[in-house]
Design a protein around this ligand. Structure first.
Ligand code: BG6
Length: 456
């Protein structure tokens, strides 16, 4: 990927912004049917009503000098339950994409962002190879229909996080064998997307979009070093090795073997895997991770108080801990801009492929003042520090082709509803009250506009 100019933009996903869950023939996704542990956080039924207000949102983004917007298309708006095409869904995204192009904003489209059609989950979800077939049919519709206008595509949002995260959120499986089978099928699905995109869209570029965060060891104790090496392979390199190098990462493979699971590229998939290589890497980064070798006498949660590390645990292999050298945000996530530089340089060292930063941002409680302003200096600080890290990585030879922070507008956080805000644009609603959903630019909006103006 070599855009003529650096892409200054922002990101969002369909289910976290659109709402309109029962409109224009949309069928339920796993996000619509998901049972929440906490009933007090907003669901996605209205979200921030982007489905109806996309014109206002795009106008505000254009006014901020943004030149690229990462959106996702909801599979559940495009393909009906019987496999036929929903024309109303295509028409909606025609309007969105045309609006973006007319505003001078390049659309960068993710084909699937955590919102698997629920009926596919009911018949096994990603564990079932039929889901790969269904995905292939779906993405071909996207490339055929939108490929005349959309030239930059992203395959599947964060399969590596789907492997590790709370399964109820992303519609995966609790059993380890099923989970790794699902992971394999997701990696194969991506290969079909790359194949179809290159076949059906002229001058297309397509990349994976994993969440890559370098994993530090807690100490120089050799067991801790090995724990970090192992978790790096599982969290980061397993997916990218498959995507870019067409191989099962050997440390990942050995880890699976120790769990009694064998993973190899099936003979019938070998040609597909070898011949369909992405054009760039889309990379989501929020913070780094730190692990230690788990002491058998230590409880799973001992020493863990940051949300990013809580789920990181495999007895006898690794355990997530809070990095004592890092500050935390209001939601208990550590902040590590230098970790972004390290992550970019190591990713470049391994893959030598251009990198588009497709997510990076700060979830925070924002306050709308009586004069309808939002003073989010903490977000400006976070983004400034991460931009400095990107600049340093670029000086050290990493080809970073764009920066698309999360998120363009406030949206419903996957884990914590709307109280955790990421946007440059504030949306006036709370978890319990829809209010008027009016949009207000935050201080970070004006800051980003100035940065883009100065650096374009
Ligand atoms: C990324 C996802 O991993 O993390 C986004 O792609 C998500 O969809 C973001 O919103 C932040 O996580 P959360 O839980 O704060 O929404």
């Amino acid at each position: 990927m070599k855009p003529k100019q650096f892409l200054w933009g922002a990101s969002l996903s369909a289910h976290q912004t659109e709402g309109a869950v029962n409109e224009d023939g949309k069928i339920p996704s796993v996000q619509d049917t998901r049972i929440r542990n906490n009933p007090n956080i907003a669901d996605f039924s209205v979200a921030v009503d982007h489905y109806h207000r996309y014109k206002t949102d795009i106008k505000m983004l254009k006014d901020a000098n943004i030149t690229a917007l990462r959106i996702s298309i909801a599979w559940t708006r495009i393909i009906n339950r019987d496999g036929s095409i929903n024309q109303l869904g295509l028409t909606h995204y025609d309007h969105v994409i045309d609006e973006l192009i007319n505003a001078g904003i390049t659309p960068i489209v993710t084909t699937y962002h955590f919102d698997l059609p629920d009926y596919l989950q009911q018949s096994g979800g990603w564990k079932n190879r039929d889901t790969v077939t269904a995905y292939y049919a779906y993405v071909k519709v996207l490339f055929e229909h939108f490929g005349d206008r959309v030239k930059q595509w992203l395959t599947i949002n964060e399969p590596n996080i789907m492997l590790l995260a709370d399964q109820k959120i992303v519609g995966f499986h609790d059993d380890a064998v099923d989970r790794y089978q699902s992971f394999y099928n997701l990696m194969i699905a991506e290969k079909f997307a790359i194949k179809a995109c290159h076949q059906l869209v002229s001058n297309a570029e397509i990349g994976p979009v994993p969440n890559i965060s370098y994993v530090y060891p807690r100490s120089s104790k050799p067991e801790d070093i090995r724990a970090a090496m192992e978790f790096n392979s599982i969290r980061n390199w397993a997916y990218l090795d498959f995507s870019i190098k067409g191989r099962i990462n050997p440390i990942f493979k050995a880890h699976l073997h120790s769990l009694g699971i064998e993973m190899f590229i099936q003979p019938e998939d070998r040609e597909l895997v070898a011949n369909n290589v992405p054009d760039f890497i889309g990379l989501n980064y929020y913070t780094s991770a730190t692990v230690c070798f788990p002491d058998e006498n230590e409880a799973r949660s001992a020493g863990v108080s940051d949300q990013q590390s809580e789920d990181v645990y495999e007895p006898k292999h690794y355990k997530g801990i809070t990095n004592p050298y890092l500050r935390k945000n209001q939601f208990n996530w550590t902040i590590d801009p230098l970790g972004l530089q390290t992550t970019l340089e190591i990713t470049n060292d391994r893959y030598e492929t251009p990198i588009l930063i497709t997510e990076n941002g700060l979830g925070a409680y924002d306050e709308l003042t009586d004069s309808y302003e939002i003073h989010d200096q903490y977000r400006i600080d976070y983004l400034e520090q991460h931009l400095t890290a990107i600049d340093s990585a670029s000086e050290n030879g990493v080809q970073v082709v764009g920066y698309l922070p999360w998120s363009a507008i406030d949206l419903i956080s996957v884990h914590e509803g709307i109280k955790k805000r990421y946007g440059f644009i504030y949306v006036d609603r709370s978890d319990s009250q829809l209010k008027d959903l009016k949009r207000y630019p935050k201080d970070s909006y004006y800051w980003f506009k100035r940065i883009i103006g100065e650096r374009s």
